[in-house]
Design a protein around this ligand. Structure first.
Ligand SMILES: NC(=O)C1=CN([C@@H]2O[C@H](COP(=O)(O)OP(=O)(O)OC[C@H]3O[C@@H](n4cnc5c(N)ncnc54)[C@H](O)[C@@H]3O)[C@@H](O)[C@H]2O)C=CC1
Ligand SMILES: NCCCC(=O)O
Length: 481
């Protein structure tokens, strides 16, 4: 079967495909290393052209009624669902993630964002503030042009999570996908046009960091929304600050998953698997520090190892495959270095290990301590570090002992304790007796170094709009002289 995934052109500017004038960008299928498309980065002139096209198109889009804007988004969601099989295959080729995942978690999640914000559109209103005879009101207005910059783990979901709230508020967007996974965003641009989006409202440029940097500081850009690592987040936030641009920062994490003695063992093990090995561990919110209370620890590790041994790794296009390759060789090497560091530091390898080629198997460490690299650094691969604990105060202190604050989970049958512990954890997105579920209805995002702002839910609207206050005088104006 041909793996050719060459798009019509590398960029999408002002409603049409445009070839990039910058360096070549080879897109490879992570499973075989085969080139599936050859793209070209945007030149800096083309970045500016895309931002200008967005700035030109934005006022007319913002002037349309909210119900009309919402309709475009809901149509786009329907088109995505009609083409889910074909789009999911492309997502698997781009990322290497198993087709059984991409069929349900990637474009489908993107469609839900378009559907949610499309439906919300007509009910977004301001406030009326009575002031006696006079009164005031507020208007929620678009920011203008939003730049979206994506990571490679959920390329199409990230594009939709950023585009949907931005567009529904009457903004235009220029999106730069990760250079590792550039294909899905181009499909989203085509689908939005087909759904009735005016040309120029959603544009795609391709490229590495310097293209993202040019986008961040373009004079037409009013907001930058980044999904990426903390070091990139620091750079983008600082660059955006120079022009007082708004930001949303969806960054990395090293999140705690706390399992108390009274937890349902099978559910806690299932959640730990979802929290560490889905998408071969390449998920920002992963609960990679699994704190096990002493009474459940042994049983948990035994059951986990038993279940992990049954994982089916292999060809991501095979519907039976549960565990796919890592996105590229450099990332696989980084993960292997972390595994080696864990072993050298004296942690016990319960299962898994470095693997071979593109594959790193689900790997579990026990007997780790908080100061080990595997317990401190984001590995962004299928590596779970388990840590023993004895009581609640101790585990809360240790769970919070990190600069990150993206997510956290608690497993216990004592719901009073569950809510008490969650209220003390420094994390933006939390789960009780569940993990890594990110429904569009629930705000998603981090605190501390893990980021600023929220995606999904009505909360995202605040991050893609600004408030105008209008005072209305109803009587004569009195002046002192
Ligand atoms: N909180 C969240 O929602 C999520 C966070 N992530 C985080 O993303 C990271 C993995 O993704 P990567 O693609 O490796 O991240 P990365 O930080 O290397 O790159 C992210 C994006 O930023 C761009 N970029 C790099 N330098 C730039 C600059 N100076 N200015 C503007 N753009 C620049 C890249 O080209 C890419 O599109 C992990 O840390 C992960 O936790 C991933 C998914 C979700
Ligand atoms: N559905 C997972 C969202 C977080 C991430 O993109 O890593």
């Amino acid at each position: 079967m041909s793996l050719n995934a060459q798009p019509a052109a590398s960029l999408f500017i002002n409603g049409r495909p445009v070839e990039g004038e910058g360096d070549a960008l080879s897109v490879r299928y992570p499973y075989t290393g085969e080139e599936i498309a050859l793209l070209h980065e945007a030149s800096l002139d083309q970045v500016a052209q895309a931002c200008q096209a967005a700035a030109d198109a934005q006022p007319a889009w913002a002037a349309m009624s909210p119900v009309e804007r919402g309709r475009v988004l809901t149509r786009a969601a329907a088109i995505i669902r009609e083409r889910n099989d074909e789009l999911s295959r492309l997502e698997t080729l781009d990322t290497g993630k198993p087709i059984q995942e991409t069929l349900v978690a990637d474009w489908e999640s993107g469609a839900q964002a378009l559907e949610f914000f499309g439906g919300l559109s007509a009910s977004i209103t301001g406030q009326m503030i009575p002031l006696g005879q006079d009164w005031a009101y507020t208007r929620r207005e678009p920011l203008g042009v939003c730049a979206g910059i994506g990571a490679w783990n959920y390329p199409s979901q990230i594009a939709c999570w950023k585009a949907a709230p931005a567009l529904v508020m009457g903004n235009a967007m220029v999106f730069k996908p990760s250079e590792e996974t550039p294909l899905g965003a181009l499909k989203l641009a085509e689908i939005l046009i087909e759904a009735g989006l005016p040309a120029g409202v959603f544009n795609v440029v391709q490229g590495r960091g310097q293209v993202g940097a040019a986008l961040t500081t373009d004079a037409n850009v009013d907001k930058v929304s980044l999904t990426g690592s903390v070091p990139t987040g620091r750079r983008v936030y600082a660059a955006a600050a120079e022009g007082m641009r708004h930001v949303t920062m969806e960054l990395g994490g090293k999140s705690p998953l706390i399992v108390f003695d009274d937890a349902n063992l099978e559910n806690a093990v299932s959640a730990a698997i979802l929290a560490n090995f889905y998408s071969s561990g390449q998920i920002c919110s992963n609960g990679t520090r699994v704190f096990l209370q002493e009474g459940i620890r042994e049983a948990f590790l035994n059951r986990l190892a038993e279940r992990v041994r049954n994982v089916r790794a292999g060809d991501p296009l095979d519907p039976e495959t549960q565990h796919g390759p890592i996105v590229n060789a450099a990332q696989a090497d980084k993960i292997r270095a972390a595994i080696e560091a864990g072993e050298q530091a004296g942690a016990r390898l319960v299962c898994g290990g470095p693997g071979e080629g593109a594959f790193v198997p689900p790997t579990v460490f026990a007997d780790a301590t908080d100061d080990m690299l595997i317990a401190r650094d984001e590995i962004f691969g299928p590596v779970m570090t388990t840590l023993e604990f004895y009581d609640e105060d101790e585990v809360v202190r240790r769970a919070n002992g990190t600069g990150f604050g993206l997510a956290a989970g608690v497993f216990t049958q004592d719901l009073t304790r569950a809510h008490r512990v969650i209220s003390r954890l420094e994390a933006g997105t939390c789960w009780i007796n569940a993990y890594n579920l990110t429904p569009v209805e629930m705000p998603f995002g981090g605190v501390k170094l893990s980021g600023l702002g929220r995606e999904n839910s009505a909360a995202a609207i605040e991050h893609y709009s600004q408030l105008k206050s209008v005072y209305v005088g109803m009587g004569d104006v009195e002046a002192p002289y």
